[in-house]
Ligand binder design. Structure first.
Ligand code: SF4
Length: 288
């Protein structure tokens, strides 16, 4: 397979075939993110993408899930995405789903008709980085949208049939912004009602603006127990139906539960781990 490294995928795509439809991230401006800093964004030639799919057939034989990388494959023109989807389902008739990362602006720029068409042609799941619901923080991290726009982006995917998995970033507001970040993020989740909500915990990446800010003493990262307190503030306010996970390697405490039904159990687990921090993932085992 031909990959332009580094290639990232969500934890739940561990067994999926990764096909790079785009290289890098078309936004590439978030102050905490170093994922695609070394790549200039481009949309790959559609024939190259098809060649990769054919090559993978020789190698894997059968594939049930495909994840379209990189940062936001949804930035691709709809007709190109449709061609890739149709080709992938032709090469792999047993294919059950195709998924991709989506930036909020990509979703806002596509019409309902386009998203419905993409869903009907097999784009079943999108991962949206919400990060925070706090307007001030969204502006600071240069996410490119405010909370209302983020909610509309998520709702647009859901109302057109696409399963929505969102990520929120624990610790993003630092010590001073922790409570507000948690509470505003819960509000956005409740409005958006994503099928899945995944929490990641902030790790400062060298070279990023947020890392530099922390080095200058202008951003105060949370300690281990403070991240759990923030997670607690967030979960206690989520009232919509969503599968909540914190199984990403950046987290200190892996959680999986159905909200709101499992809320009390999850809160008890957080309380227990705050009193018994030895059960938390050690710092050296955390990763992005
Ligand atoms: S967080 Fe997502 S949208 Fe922001 S720069 Fe990184 S990959 Fe792009």
């Amino acid at each position: 397979m031909r990959y332009e490294e580094p290639v990232f995928r969500p934890p739940s795509e561990a067994h999926s075939l990764i096909i790079q439809a785009t290289i890098g991230c078309s936004h590439n401006a978030c102050t905490f993110c170093g994922m695609y800093k070394g790549k200039r964004f481009r949309i790959r030639d559609i024939e190259e993408v098809k060649e990769d799919i054919l090559m993978s057939k020789d190698y894997y034989g059968s594939v049930r899930r495909i994840f379209l990388a990189d940062g936001n494959a949804l930035a691709m023109p709809t007709e190109d995405l449709l061609e890739i989807l149709n080709f992938a389902y032709t090469v792999y008739p047993e294919l059950e789903r195709v998924s991709a990362y989506a930036g909020p602006k990509d979703l806002l720029e596509k019409s309902d008709e386009e998203l419905r068409l993409l869903y009907e042609n097999g784009l079943k799941l999108l991962y949206l980085g919400v990060e925070t619901g706090d307007d001030e923080l969204l502006r600071e991290i240069r996410k490119g949208v405010n909370a209302d726009e983020m909610v509309e982006a998520g709702l647009k995917a859901v109302r057109n049939g696409i399963t929505l998995s969102v990520t929120v970033l624990i610790g993003l507001g630092g010590k001073e912004g922790s409570y507000r970040h948690a509470k505003e993020t819960a509000k956005v989740i409740n409005r958006m009602k994503p099928h899945y909500t995944a929490a990641l915990t902030l790790m400062l990446v060298p070279g990023t603006p947020l890392y530099k800010k922390a080095k200058m003493g202008l951003f105060h990262p949370l300690g281990k127990l403070e991240t759990l307190q923030e997670l607690r503030w967030l979960i206690e306010d989520i009232n919509c139906k969503t599968v909540f996970r914190s199984n990403h390697a950046s987290n200190y405490l892996p959680i999986r539960g159905d909200l709101p039904e499992d809320k009390e159990e999850i809160l008890k687990l957080i309380d227990y781990s705050m009193k018994n921090p030895r059960i938390l993932r050690p710092e050296f085992l955390r990763g992005l």
